[in-house]
Ligand binder design. Structure first.
Ligand SMILES: *Cc1c(COP(=O)(O)O)cnc(C)c1O
Length: 463
């Protein structure tokens, strides 16, 4: 399996090298040069295995042999053991044609656990075999930070530095990052917004300390994270196909385009999947792209689904590379335009190709509230405001298609209890294991939104 950068850089790292690397040297993202060709038996195995078995097999098809022998086979099941009954993401049938994939039953109650928990185990084992240490850096608007802290806490070879915006995450999410008793975790409450946190993290990689502390990224542009997520789409599509004889269509609440890109990979490899539906809140940069062929980043609006308050979907660059016929130079030009002019345009044929693989739906706050009320009144099910955008799209699609529609539920409603309470007049119950969270004592360091302040805090902890 060969990897290449979406912007044409010619270095060809192995999967094992990619796991601890962020972007390619030219600023692009790593993509497999070709999809692995699977035999019928190999595809059946992916559709029938447990989540852990399928995740191991997917990574193997994508060059997993570059890891030490047996590393993936040990690390991934060890991580999933901690999920209990949710080690296989629960799939629930709601009506004849509507299903829900509940990806929020892991340790921190959002889908990010399914990739970050095994990723932490893989990275830890890799560092042990190389006798190295590393420091994971993470800027978060909430869920990624919680999942990262939980996955990496108390690992002797790893430190975790998480930067979250002061007032920019829910109390529940903040407490998930600040109440773990772990010496290797430093939570930094930055007096700024999420963009400040991300800017500082990017700048940290350029400092002399980057080598000294071994700064490493685990954000959603990490290809191994996306490949791990591919496993739950195989698992769910396999189950639906066996039970109904039909293909599944996934409706995915989207921010950085990582989760839905994982579904796209599963379909490209032959999983019984029909359409892929992207949903967004008022930050509707993707639905606008689908309508007029222009990727145009505007100002970010704060909504009740903060994990989707994104104007630049970083992983879309991977799909753009396919749209541009794998031309690194064309992708580089488009991304440069996006950076400088906040905009690029697709050609008519590229737009057509985009519609062939995906569709996109926007959902206003009002419509999300309606969707939460509908789920509650008609099915007794409480969904989070992110998942509500998928519910809204499902209501629009029902009746227009024979597909088995699958709501991809990305977070537990209890993480966003005030928005949910607002919509349905009911407090979502705290998930099992979260009771202590709201009373435990918190540990974090408040810093100003400057590189110097953050570096000083990191040095005083790590040196
Ligand atoms: C991260 C996140 C998303 C967006 O996922 P992407 O992979 O960035 O598209 C949606 N909902 C929730 C709850 C999230 O935490």
């Amino acid at each position: 399996m060969n990897y290449t950068s979406t912007r044409g850089d010619t270095q060809t790292p192995t999967l094992s090298e990619i796991v601890s690397r962020g972007t390619a040297a030219d600023g692009g993202l790593f993509v497999p040069a070709d999809w692995p060709a699977l035999t019928g038996d190999q595809l059946d195995a992916l559709l029938q295995g447990s989540y852990a078995e399928t995740a191991v097999a997917v990574l193997k098809h994508f060059g997993g042999n570059s890891f030490t022998t047996g590393l993936l086979e040990r690390a991934i099941p060890a991580a999933m053991d901690k999920f209990g009954a949710a080690a296989n993401p629960p799939l629930k049938q709601i009506t004849d044609h509507l299903w829900s994939l509940e990806l929020f039953r892991g340790p921190t109650f959002a889908f990010k656990d399914y990739a970050l928990a095994p990723l932490a185990e893989i990275l830890d084992a890799k560092l042990a075999s190389e006798q190295r240490r590393a420091t994971v850096l993470c800027a978060t608007s909430g869920d990624t930070g919680a999942a990262t802290v939980s996955a990496f806490a108390n690992r002797s070879r790893l430190n975790v530095i998480v930067l979250f915006p002061n007032g920019g995450v829910s109390e529940f999410q903040r407490r998930q990052m600040t109440t773990l008793e772990a010496d290797n975790v430093l939570a930094l409450c930055v007096d700024g917004d999420f963009d400040d946190c991300q800017r500082i993290v990017k700048a940290l990689y350029q400092t002399p300390q980057a080598d000294e502390f071994g700064f490493t990224a685990v954000n959603s542009i990490n290809l191994v994270r996306i490949l791990l997520q591919t496993a739950y789409y195989f698992h769910a599509a396999g189950n639906i196909s066996r039970q109904t004889g039909r293909n599944a269509s996934f409706i995915v609440p989207t921010g950085n385009f990582g989760n839905v890109y994982a579904a796209y990979i599963a379909r490209q490899l032959g999983a019984p999947i029909n359409r892929l539906v992207v949903t967004s809140n008022e930050n509707d940069v993707l639905p606008r792209l689908f309508e007029c062929g222009k990727m145009e980043a505007t100002e970010t609006h704060k909504t009740i689904s903060p994990s989707m308050d994104i104007q630049v979907s970083s992983n879309f660059e991977r799909f753009l590379w396919h749209l541009k016929g794998k031309s690194g130079e064309s992708v580089r030009q488009a991304q440069q335009q996006l950076a400088e002019q906040r905009c690029y345009a697709l050609s008519e044929s590229e737009l057509k190709a985009l519609h062939h693989d995906f569709s996109a739906h926007r959902c206003s706050t009002e419509q999300a509230n309606d969707a939460m009320r509908w789920m509650w009144s008609d099915f007794g099910k409480i969904v989070c405001p992110h998942s509500a955008t998928a519910v809204h799209a499902a209501r629009q699609l029902q009746g227009t298609t024979d597909d088995q529609l699958v709501l991809v539920e990305t977070a537990d409603p209890a993480k966003f209890s005030s928005a949910v309470h607002n919509a349905i007049g009911q407090q979502p119950p705290p998930p099992a294991g979260a009771e202590k969270l709201m009373t435990a004592s918190e540990q974090f360091t408040a810093v100003s939104a400057s590189l110097d302040a953050v570096l000083t805090a990191i040095e005083s902890r790590l040196r």
